[in-house]
Design a protein around this ligand. Structure first.
Ligand code: ST9
Ligand code: ZN
Ligand code: ZN
Length: 333
């Protein structure tokens, strides 16, 4: 332990040590897994989702056209809602609950859960369950947003069809006991729908209307609908663009890539070659706060005593890994 951080060197540790440190290992890529042969099961469309997602994106376009008529406070509020809800995903369901890459006290977990409901990306339990299979069986049929099925599937279409049976079969074998033991996570799962109605749609709409007399139409279409849609697409770009465009300085044998543009929109989550190589690193990147508001946020929480035990991969291990499996791009960059 250095500076209160836990240094993880997976190359030097075995699974039991990682499990003892984080209470789980099921986000590590399973090299032994081979996909079943045979015909693909047919696509089963979920028309309710197709219709709702289409309406949501139409609503976002309406929101865009209303921007010139909005008050400046309303736009600032929309940005605040974007950042808060994004942190509920990045610092919350992703780095804390899916990967256990740091520890959070009860008040911080409550805050992140509220922010997470504002982001409306399924409850934390479901998000983390899908995300652990995404890492463990990455780019196979057991990966819910398998990028081998194309850009559009990995971006949003995976939410418009029934899951591949391998996702559910493999997902059922994951160790999710840490999530089941977290009362805050289970409370959110129980009251998920009302929490989303309140935090993702009602609160963002009422604040501008009540506090600075914004029109209710603008209050609904910009801080609620447009902000929500942008948050979804910023997240989905990690699954689509960051699995296709960018360098692979850490492991050229996997598809996830370093995509700084995606990182800007996703508050630091676009360094995806690094992240799939070292999923337990709390920063999801080698470079600290660079394009990485989430890391700055977690560091601030540690400073305030609300978080601890940040897992960080050491520079030596990163360099050794680059030399062993990287594409050589780190030398030019
Ligand atoms: C959304 C999520 O957008 C986005 C997640 C993106 C992840 C990104 C990762 C990238 C890295 C981090 C980047 C962060 C960047 C943030 C930037 C922010 C600016 N294991 O699902 P069901 C079982 S959500 C084990 O209905 P269907 C289970 O028993 C958007 N078991 O399957 C389950 O029942 P239960 C809003 C599993 O019927 C049962 O099967 N939400 C697993 O095939 C049925 O599950 C929507 O649009 C598993 N993995 O339906 C809703 N999975 O849950 C979309 C399932 O009770 N979802 N089981 O235990 C749906 O409507 C449906 O899930 C479906 C599939 C139609 C897609
Ligand atoms: Zn990924
Ligand atoms: Zn991850």
């Amino acid at each position: 332990t250095k500076n209160g951080n836990v240094i993880m060197e997976k190359d030097l540790l075995n699974h039991d040590d990682v499990a003892a440190e984080r209470g789980m290992v099921d986000d590590l890529f399973d090299e032994t897994y081979r996909e079943k042969e045979g015909p693909k099961p047919p696509l089963r469309y979920v028309w309710r989702n197709i219709i709702l997602m289409s309406l949501l994106h139409l609503g976002a376009i309406i929101g865009l056209t209303l921007i010139p008529s909005a008050k400046i406070q309303t736009l600032a509020w929309a940005i605040l809602c974007f950042v808060l809800s994004a942190l509920g995903i990045t610092a919350g369901s992703h780095r804390l609950w899916s990967h256990r890459s740091y520890k959070a006290t009860l008040p911080l977990r409550i805050f992140l859960t509220i922010a997470n409901s504002m982001a409306f990306q399924n409850d934390i339990y479901e998000w983390a369950r899908d995300h652990r299979v995404h890492h463990k069986f990455s780019e196979t049929h057991a990966d819910p947003h398998n990028a081998m099925r194309g850009y559009f599937f990995s971006h949003m279409a995976w939410l418009l069809v029934r899951k591949h049976p391998d996702v559910i079969e493999k997902g059922q074998k994951l160790d999710l006991s840490d999530l089941k033991a977290d009362k805050v996570v289970m409370f959110q799962r129980r009251y998920y729908k009302p929490s989303v109605v309140l935090l993702c749609f009602t609160l963002p709409t009422l604040v501008p209307w009540y506090f600075w007399d914004e029109s209710i139409i603008i209050s609904f279409f910009i801080p609620a609908i447009l902000r929500y849609t942008l948050g979804l697409n910023a997240t989905w770009l990690v699954n689509s663009a960051a699995h296709m465009f960018g360098n692979r300085p850490y492991d050229q044998n996997i598809n996830p890539r370093e995509n700084p543009l995606v990182s800007v929109g996703a508050l630091g989550e676009g360094f995806h070659n690094y992240h799939h190589t070292f999923p337990y690193d709390y920063s999801t990147s080698e470079f600290g706060w660079r394009f990485n508001l989430t890391t700055a946020f977690i560091d601030l929480m540690c400073l305030l005593g609300l978080a601890s035990d940040r897992k960080k991969v050491s520079k030596e291990v990163i360099l050794a890994r680059k030399m062993r499996t990287g594409d050589g791009s780190h030398k030019s960059g």
